[in-house]
Design a protein around this ligand. Structure first.
Ligand code: ATP
Ligand code: SF4
Ligand code: MG
Length: 331
């Protein structure tokens, strides 16, 4: 078996707030190999972005990674010096966000911004960096790249701007791309094109991708593995086919079943299906002692409220954290 490119082991990321310690990422373990896409799904606030930012070691100043290891190619990123980590960012690990406008500089031409990203990690001339920018814009499917390289961000559509962000992320051929809801702000057709682009780039470069989304439909289309998060924890993770064929956690079942037209259908009612599971997520500041899903779970039993279930491998590669799923899978 090949060694995974990324191994997240028991990572806890916490925030110090006026109301106490908030556990944004709570004992999360995941692994990912080159050439694979891992979809991370879950409701707003469950810790998806903080998980990605933990990998980048870019969590906000009032937060810290309190425990765990993040092995990238066998080396623990959490043990690197800040300077070593800076080297990794962009070069080995790159991240793209939902809203490109917040990451692009509005007063710089897109070509210059990509060139700057290239020159951050590679010693090449201005001319060479700009030539590569044109090539990258072509690679991410921007027509007429020689001309568009001189555009300012506001002269481009949302979809084109996201392509620019992807070009920038790809500029140093990262081995891991973290994509945090990269298509949420885009309409459905453009969304599909951007997902296809990410998937093509992944194949071509044998890159690993973490694709964060609210939408199980996107996971089904674009990912090979999936992790379902709930209130800071991974509650179920498996290969995509396995998870959709036989979801074992009641929360995952709820997500899949409450999609009226089936999970595979892309997203006329994007995100809305999540709201149809009755009840709300517990606050991360005052978490119940037992299973965090208990208040919303139709299968909850007495024992569920006493202590939280551990994530257990119920079938090969299929991990679930639920007492009842455990007995169901065994029976
Ligand atoms: N700087 C901060 N200080 C305190 N709490 C924070 C801070 N940043 C995030 N959080 C909390 O951490 C938790 C996880 O946030 P995160 O942004 O990872 O959620 P998310 O799953 O990405 O949600 P969304 O789908 O809305 O993007 C949330 O409860 C959030 O309120
Ligand atoms: S552990 Fe209990 S409350 Fe939690 S998801 Fe499973 S059955 Fe529901
Ligand atoms: Mg987020």
């Amino acid at each position: 078996m090949t060694m995974p490119l990324l191994e997240i082991q028991n990572v806890k990321t916490v925030f110090t707030t006026q109301r106490g310690v908030l556990r944004a990422v709570d004992d999360v373990s995941l692994s990912l190999s080159a050439g694979e896409t891992l979809g991370v799904v879950g409701e707003s606030g469950c810790g998806k972005t903080m998980l990605a930012l933990s990998i980048m070691r870019l969590i906000p100043p009032n937060g810290r990674i309190a425990e765990g290891r993040i092995l990238f190619d066998g080396r623990d990123l959490l043990q690197l010096t800040e300077e070593e980590m800076r080297e990794r960012r962009g070069r080995d690990i790159a991240m793209i966000f939902q809203e490109p406008m917040t990451s692009l500089n509005p007063v710089l031409r897109v070509g210059d911004q990509i060139a700057e990203a290239i020159r951050l990690h590679q010693h090449v001339s201005d001319r060479e960096a700009l030539d590569r920018s044109v090539k990258l814009l072509g690679e991410v499917g921007i027509p007429d790249p020689e001309k568009r390289v001189r555009d300012y961000p506001h002269q481009m559509s949302g979809g084109m701007r996201q392509r620019v962000m992807i070009a920038m992320a790809m500029s140093c051929r990262p081995r891991l791309l973290l994509a945090d809801e990269p298509t949420t702000a885009l309409d459905v057709t453009i969304q599909a094109q951007i997902l296809k682009l990410i998937s093509d780039l992944k194949e071509k470069n044998n890159m690993a991708v973490i694709l964060i989304t609210h939408d199980l439909g996107i996971v089904a289309e674009a990912a090979q593995k999936v992790a379902v998060m709930y209130a800071g924890k991974v509650v179920e993770t498996a290969e995509v086919e396995k998870l959709f064929a036989r979801p074992l956690h009641p929360y995952t079942r709820g997500l899949i079943e409450s999609r009226p037209s089936g999970w595979a259908e892309s997203d006329a009612e994007k995100g809305s299906y999540l709201k149809t599971i009755p009840g709300t997520v517990p606050g991360l500041l005052d978490l119940p002692p037992g299973c965090r899903f208990a208040d919303r779970c139709s299968l909850a039993e007495e024992r569920c409220r006493a202590a939280g279930p551990a994530l257990a491998e119920l079938e090969a590669g299929h991990f679930v954290s639920c007492f009842v799923a455990e007995s169901l899978a065994k029976s």
